[in-house]
Design a binder for this molecule. Structure first.
Ligand code: SF4
Ligand code: SF4
Length: 316
């Protein structure tokens, strides 16, 4: 039986988390039709990050040049003179910006928008519950992703508990870089963990994500041995970084040895690159020369993982 904390209406109203997106009708982040709630803030710095808006644990401002009609209203509204015009469009100077959001409020075309919204537990659950009929019919549910959702631990635990109360199937996508005792506390509230694995070797992992992977590997081993919660490893496929076939073969054998039956292979795509520009980050935040894998490379990677005895799902 699920262990749930007592229903607490105050917590529903007052406990808040920073969420940057809630996507509906998703079919790649767990079984059935799902709603995916994306938490803002991450403790790794993957050099291929495809969701750069998830990294900062604070609300940010994104600017779309395509939507900007060059009216200059934002420039006049800014009380800190943080916006200037240039031939390339309007430039927000991050060092001067106080994030008062006055510019966002006056922008009529939504060329400027806030990324990240503080939401209460009740607000998130209300959104998730809108599609409960689809979860029932498709055996779907809700997935909490990010960023790294476990960084907002109390909020995550509360939304998981509330989802459990409503009998929604609950999945967590995590990079695994957290203390085991924290993950342990979340397990009673989970039906599935989508466990990201970026590289098997700690030094390479550290070079490309900013942290070694000892803790991540230990957590997955403990999860596999000590818990009954289903888990599926997910591997981003980044040419030149982690797609060496020998590496993938070792990774496949390791997770198979831990009891995995299925693995998700997530080929790198370029959507994150335009998001970086919109957020005002320099392109150097991405590894130079990073590219999407070809169909043939994806197929070869899948083949190696299948040879390790795993069912391979491309794209999750
Ligand atoms: S207010 Fe919006 S549309 Fe007008 S210049 Fe600023 S960003 Fe562009
Ligand atoms: S958020 Fe405020 S300080 Fe920053 S650019 Fe907009 S108006 Fe200026």
């Amino acid at each position: 039986m699920r262990s749930l904390a007592p229903f607490d209406p105050k917590m529903l109203r007052e406990l808040k988390g920073l969420v940057f997106d809630i996507q509906k009708f998703c079919v790649h982040d767990g079984p059935g039709i799902r709603t995916v709630v994306f938490f803002k803030g991450c403790n790794l710095r993957c050099s291929w990050c495809q969701n750069p808006e998830s990294i900062s644990p604070e609300p940010e401002i994104a600017y779309s040049r395509v939507q900007c009609i060059q009216c200059g209203v934002c420039l006049k509204a800014c009380p800190h003179n943080a916006i200037t015009s240039s031939p390339e469009g309007f430039v927000r100077h991050r060092s001067l910006c106080q994030k008062c959001m006055a510019c966002v409020q006056v922008c009529s075309t939504q060329a400027l928008r806030t990324v990240g919204q503080w939401m209460t537990v009740g607000e998130v659950i209300k959104k998730v519950a809108e599609d409960s009929i689809f979860y029932e019919n498709s055996k779907g549910g809700v997935t909490f992703s990010g960023g790294e959702p476990t960084l907002q631990f109390n909020f995550l635990k509360a939304v998981l508990e509330e989802s459990g109360r409503r009998h929604f199937h609950r999945a967590l996508e995590t990079n695994g870089y957290l203390l085991w005792k924290r993950l342990l506390q979340l397990l009673p509230q989970l039906e599935l963990i989508l466990f990201d694995l970026k590289h098997l070797h700690s030094r390479v992992h550290e070079r490309f994500t900013g942290a070694g992977n000892r803790l991540i590997r230990m957590n997955l081993e403990r999860l596999a041995k000590q818990s009954k919660v289903n888990w599926i490893p997910r591997v981003p496929l980044i040419p030149g970084l982690n797609d060496e076939l020998k590496h993938l073969a070792h990774l496949g054998q390791w997770v198979k040895g831990l009891g995995a039956k299925e693995i998700h292979l997530l080929p790198y795509h370029r959507l994150g690159e335009s998001k970086l520009g919109e957020l005002g980050y320099p392109p150097e935040n991405l590894i130079p020369g990073i590219r999407q894998p070809s169909e043939e490379e994806v197929e070869k990677a899948g083949q190696v993982l299948r040879q390790a005895g795993l069912t391979v799902i491309i794209g999750g």
